[in-house]
Write a protein that binds this ligand. Sequence first.
Ligand code: T3D
Length: 258
Amino acid sequence: MSSILFEIRDQIAFITLNRPEKLNAFNREMALSLQNRLDECASLHEVRAVYLTGAGKGFSAGQDLAEIVDPQGPGMEQILSEHYNPIITRIRHLPKPVIAAVRGVAAGAGANIALCCDVVVASASASFIQAFSKIGLIPDSGGTYFLPRLIGWQRASAIAMLGDKIVAGEAERIGMVYKVFEDKDFETASQALAVTLAQLPTRALAFTKHALNYSSVNSFEAQLQLEDELQQKAATTQDYAEGVQAFLGKRPANFKGE
Ligand code: T3D
């Protein structure tokens, strides 16, 4: 059985982390396979949104701890540079929206892969754990970058050090996730969100993502300049023309992602 399931439906690439007996903990094979699938999502024109989730009762428990003590396994120097950093970089630079659908626990790198996605939704029974300090590590996979930006310095600092379990309702309250859906509605509601994202003007969403990527490193003036450049590009898309015509014609827009 493949450690990553991949299916394209309704212009959405469904990527499922699939090692449920290990709470979808990442081994090298799964990390490299996820990178390949993200590359496919970037190159396939028919894919207009990505839905990332976990099989079974969890999203992902992060690094497979059995693999790191395996003498045949990858070393620490490979795990970040070849596994997690390329995953996070791919997600942030993918010119399409990526939704993380977190059911159950997301821990360690599993939590931070979810948190770097464009839209993060959780089932009511989901939880997020910065498990790193419990095993003598620091939050990686972008944790020290995204967490303070999502929830503020103080909460990020405490959560990163204490490794508290943050339940879904709390995660929503503090801005760690966008929305929480009841467990029974989770699949339908989270996939409906993916359908909506896939029907929006994909290139405008890509430009929005690009602008947000730079917003925390750019000066105010540089960010206004970047918005100007990206808006010029958005204004040349067919979807922009369609959006304006649809508004004026008092009809729903039919965006094509072009
Ligand atoms: O070199 C490096 O490591 C650098 C990279 C770092 C990136 C990281 O992600 S570091 C953080 C690694 N993750 C963890 O430390 C989390 C470890 N897991 C847990 O603390 C707990 O499993 C959870 C709190 C996530 C969930 O607890 P619970 O009680 O719901 O489930 P469980 O019973 O602990 O786990 C179910 C099974 O999954 C169990 O297997 P078994 O005993 O039934 O055969 C458990 O061993 C396995 N599992 C869970 N997490 C991992 C794992 N197996 C390997 N690696 C895991 N991370």
